[in-house]
Design a protein around this ligand. Structure first.
Ligand SMILES: [Zn+2]
Ligand SMILES: [Zn+2]
Length: 285
């Protein structure tokens, strides 16, 4: 199983000389397994390069899962080449009460006003489906379960398992406990955190929204983003092997992210790395 980062940035794409090494594209992460259809988490601007890469591969099936529909997670959808390839069989999944929930929300963007295309004009073969967090489901050979996150308007984390390996994609979310309480306060997990730890337990890798530093989070607690210390504490409590810090702040330069990686290199509870656009993580070793 290979975890591939196509876009690691939060909120807005930030191309430029200060972000060229970690990348300026927004959220798009692929989970690939040879001979199986890939899972794609979110369709931020990183999805454009992923779509081009996919057209060059023999597989003609893929499963796209949306955490939520804030623009940094959706903007790449009409630039994702497989939606224009009728040879592709594609599912689009999002948390909703109705199978058309995802379709209706994407159609608000692809309506001829915010983008020249209207959703019904897309030639690809796309099946839409709704899931409820905490109810397991499958996509091809993948076993998947969602978890409701703490984000304005809601967001859903996903954990996908195949061949005994598991990866969780956790964005966007604020901590599940307030400062001084639960795991954030150095104590025992609160009820929701205990469920979250069960959700993450033993995962081979977790990709976690850590857009803020702790002081930034304390200023912007209602914005719905987390910070590295919280992610590491939750993942350590769940026995996670590798944590990837993700959804980097637009202002975070390559130098800032280098420093972040150096700060976390000494962590002993688990491996902590900074997600970087264009890199593969092989989870078989
Ligand atoms: Zn976001
Ligand atoms: Zn969001």
């Amino acid at each position: 199983m290979i975890l591939r980062f196509w876009g690691v940035r939060g909120s807005i794409p930030v191309p430029g000389v200060d972000t060229s090494r970690y990348g300026g594209n927004t959220s798009c992460v692929e989970l690939a397994s040879p001979g199986n259809p890939s899972l794609v988490f979110d369709c931020g601007t990183g999805a454009r390069a992923l779509g081009r890469a996919m057209l060059g591969r023999p597989e003609r099936e893929l499963h796209l899962l949306f955490s939520h529909f804030h623009m940094d997670h959706l903007f790449g959808f009409p630039f994702f080449a497989p939606i224009f390839a009728p040879s592709y069989e594609m599912t689009v999944t999002a948390p909703a009460f109705h199978p058309d929930g995802a379709k209706d929300r994407i159609a608000r963007y692809l309506n001829g006003v915010f983008h020249p295309l209207r959703l019904p004009e897309i030639p690809g073969r796309i099946t839409y489906d709704a899931i409820r967090p905490a109810r397991p489901f499958t996509r091809g050979p993948w076993d998947i379960v969602g978890f409701a996150m703490n984000h304005p308007g809601g967001a859903c984390a996903y954990r996908a398992t195949l061949g005994g390996r598991s990866v969780a994609y956790v964005t966007d979310t604020a901590p599940l406990s307030r400062p001084g309480e639960g795991l954030a306060g150095g104590g025992l997990p609160n009820g929701r955190e205990a469920q979250f730890i069960d959700f993450l337990r033993g995962a081979d890798a977790v990709v976690f929204d850590t857009m803020f530093t702790l002081p930034e989070y304390l200023e912007k607690m209602t914005w719905g983003h987390s910070y590295p210390e919280y992610a590491a504490t939750v993942c350590a409590a769940a026995g996670v092997k590798q944590l990837y810090l993700f959804h980097h702040a637009p202002d975070a330069t390559d130098a800032d992210l280098d420093l972040l990686g150096e700060q976390w290199a000494a962590e002993t509870r688990l491996v902590v790395r900074v997600a970087r656009e264009g890199t593969d993580v092989n989870l078989e070793g």
